[in-house]
Design a protein around this ligand. Sequence first.
Ligand SMILES: [Zn+2]
Length: 316
Amino acid sequence: MPNKILSASLLYPSRAGATRLCAPSSLEARNFPREKVDRFDGFSTPGWRTFLPRLSRFSGTGILPENNLPALYERLGVLAGRPDVCVESLGNVKAMPIHLLRMPATGAGTKKNILICAGVHGNEPSGVSAVFELISEIQAKPHLRENFNFYILPCVNPYGFKTVSRRNENDVDLNRAFAASGQENEPEIDVVKPFFEKTSFDLVLDLHSALPKRDGYFVLHRSTLQLLGPAMENFGKAWPVLSNGSKPYQEEAPGICTSAPKGTLKDYLADQGCPHVITLEAPRALAFNERTKGLSRLAGSIIDEFAAQNKAIDSH
Ligand SMILES: [Zn+2]
């Protein structure tokens, strides 16, 4: 069993032999050159205005702030104190841990495994923040807690998250480096791959955000329309779904697209045999809090549909 008690050194790794007992200052996290960032780009598309009244309710709701590594560690520390979540480190990259959260199923019998990843691209922090919204949603739904083991990687690329960079410190896009056979793996991939290889997942969600030109949420998938069609339809009742073009992706249905395999985490796990691997894309044209809430809801909507369809299968 993973260590339930998250030590200070696990959350705040030591430097030069000194153990940190408190979070590094947020100034330290910001003391890096910033590149194009996943943040509010304005409501450039008229279609957004129809959603504004409903979305404004999310301002100032305690959402994990963007690209704030100390705040991320603090939030993980709070979760580690809960009886239903185990927080552990899979390993460090440059003294920054890559955390794994486990929420084991509470019911008896065979369980399915759901993996949620975020922060593969460090300049897309809405995914990292959405993880914590999603955990709250899962905790509030006993039927999900009973029937599924949840595995959560809240921040796969902590260096990128800290420095507001899409890429890691080696200037490599991790979401193009997962299937690089014959080449040396990137350090972050070396940390997470052993965990991926020893666990089989029934559903994988990888949280990202897309360019501001996208006018709604969408998914890139190695899954089925049977699962994603109802999930996206449900989500679209309250949130904007991509409607202004999906190129270079192939659109199968509103907000549901496929992409050519390019060494992504999605394609790596699908090739490993996971039947449903889905990349979720939030539109950067939305303000951060709204973008985060919508991303969490889209993930929740897919999980709800997956749970409903599995229940239907079980009762046959
Ligand atoms: Zn991304």
